[in-house]
Design a protein around this ligand. Structure first.
Ligand SMILES: Cc1cc2nc3c(=O)[nH]c(=O)nc-3n(C[C@H](O)[C@H](O)[C@H](O)COP(=O)(O)OP(=O)(O)OC[C@H]3O[C@@H](n4cnc5c(N)ncnc54)[C@H](O)[C@@H]3O)c2cc1C
Length: 412
């Protein structure tokens, strides 16, 4: 974002996050995570908390900074430079914290939100199941109410942070019958008896973030760990999808920016046929296209952040958030892919981090709702809004010579 558009407070926060990324994250951590020698970077979470960078939007009383989305996206873009694993782990307190902040009881906020933001309690969010992620409301994990607790049974997969998490935010079916969106509830589940996490081998990228499969076998969850209302998971899901998708979108900007910078600098040094490769249009136009795409994606993400700040949650907000997630992550993929092309063979090796960023970027179009699911939301909310009101500024349809030829307007 251009400095000219930032307030002094926004600039300071951006610079703070940038300084953290530059000075507080050891290079070796990134390498060890990619090699799966680190399975969960506890120290990184503690360092973020020490720098007071977790859960920026939440009230100061709980350890946040009481800021808004227009601020949080600035920090997220900077953290995104570290790649998808560290960006996602940074985002989890923002995502799980949203459910606690908006729907949690005072006791839940005190008991969970505070230590999460202090880096003392690590979290994961468990939505996806082996039988389907996009079809989320078809979840088959069940919770059954007993006198003094819920009994949770089922399994979740691809859960980032699972290996290190002390606390899981879990969606489960709380009613046997009824459509999923009326039958799902949300629980806070502490790691304990009946909770088993298995390491997921063989991720293409986004490694070292503790992605795992989680089994719940007759887990006793206290009744007071229900978030919101019983069977009220749909509402919580809709709210959580704002941070879920905005964190992906803003993180993707940083990741793509990092790759683009490496490729642009490389093209200014590398020579072929007696000249710098940036002097070939085939190279410099790729840089120009990438930059334009990235600036457009950033504009959409930052604009959406302001819309959320102004409008809270609504169908329109859901549409904009989905547009931002889709466009920013598709852009990141295209930009990193072109960065690799600009660098030629060396870009495909681990002499440069482009190949790691490419592996990370690929996931971003899949997780937090695939970009096809983003399209589903975008068209749904657009049609809903469009068809609920008359034509906008003017009846443009009437501005045709034969507009009144009703006999020609055949629809069936
Ligand atoms: C490394 C990793 C980390 C993850 N982290 C987490 C996490 O922390 N927590 C969590 O809960 N989940 C997580 N996920 C899960 C992720 O969000 C899901 O993988 C994703 O939502 C897609 O679900 P699926 O894999 O079941 O694919 P499916 O739902 O089976 O989809 C397969 C294909 O069908 C398409 N499709 C499905 N339905 C439609 C439709 N209606 N219209 C058009 N196309 C459709 C999809 O777009 C996709 O291309 C993670 C996944 C990975 C790989």
């Amino acid at each position: 974002m251009s400095d000219a558009l930032l307030t002094p407070q926004q600039r300071d926060l951006r610079d703070e996050a940038r300084a953290f990324v530059r000075h507080s994250v050891p290079r070796q951590l990134l390498l060890d995570m990619d090699a799966e020698q680190v399975r969960y970077p506890h120290q990184y979470i503690e360092d973020l908390a020490q720098h007071h960078l977790l859960g920026l939007r939440f009230p100061t009383a709980y350890g946040g900074r009481g800021l808004d989305w227009s601020h949080e996206v600035l920090a997220l873009e900077e953290i995104g430079v570290l790649g998808a694993s560290l960006a996602c782990l940074y985002s989890l307190p923002s995502i799980v914290g949203e459910a606690l902040h908006v729907f949690g009881t005072a006791e839940q906020k005190e008991r969970y939100l505070k230590p999460i933001l202090a880096g003392k309690l690590t979290v994961a969010e468990a939505l996806t199941e082996p039988r389907g992620g996009s079809d989320f409301f078809g979840a088959t994990t069940t919770m059954t109410r007993q006198e003094d607790c819920y009994i949770l049974n089922g399994q979740k997969r691809f859960i980032v942070g699972a290996e290190g998490a002390d606390l899981f935010l879990v969606y489960a079916r709380s009613k046997e019958d009824g459509a999923g969106h009326t039958a799902i509830s949300t629980l806070l589940v502490e790691r304990g008896p009946g909770v088993e996490v298995q390491h997921v081998y063989g991720l293409m990228g986004t490694r070292g973030g503790g992605t795992g499969r989680v089994y719940f076998r007759n887990v006793q969850v206290p009744l007071h760990n229900l978030v919101g209302k019983e069977h009220g998971g749909y509402e919580i899901f809709n709210q959580m999808m704002i941070p879920e998708r905005m964190t992906s979108a803003a993180g993707a900007l940083g990741l793509a920016r990092a790759a683009l910078e490496i490729a642009a600098r490389y093209s200014n040094q590398r020579k072929a046929f007696g000249q710098k490769i940036r002097e070939f249009e085939g190279v410099s136009f790729k840089i120009a296209d990438s930059l334009t795409r990235l600036d457009a994606a950033r504009a959409l993400v930052y604009h959406t952040a302001r819309i959320i700040d102004a409008a809270g949650n609504s169908g329109y907000v859901r549409r904009m958030v989905s547009e931002a997630k889709k466009f920013a992550t598709d852009t990141a993929w295209a930009v990193v892919n072109d960065a690799m092309q600009v660098m030629g063979g060396i870009g495909y090796t681990n002499v440069y981090p482009i190949e790691r960023l490419l592996r990370d970027a690929r996931l971003m179009t899949i997780w937090t709702g695939t970009n096809e699911i983003m399209n589903l939301v975008i068209q749904h909310e657009y049609y809903r809004q469009l068809l609920a009101q008359p034509a906008s500024a003017r009846d443009v349809e009437a501005d045709a010579l034969n507009a009144d030829a009703d006999g020609e307007k055949i629809f069936e």
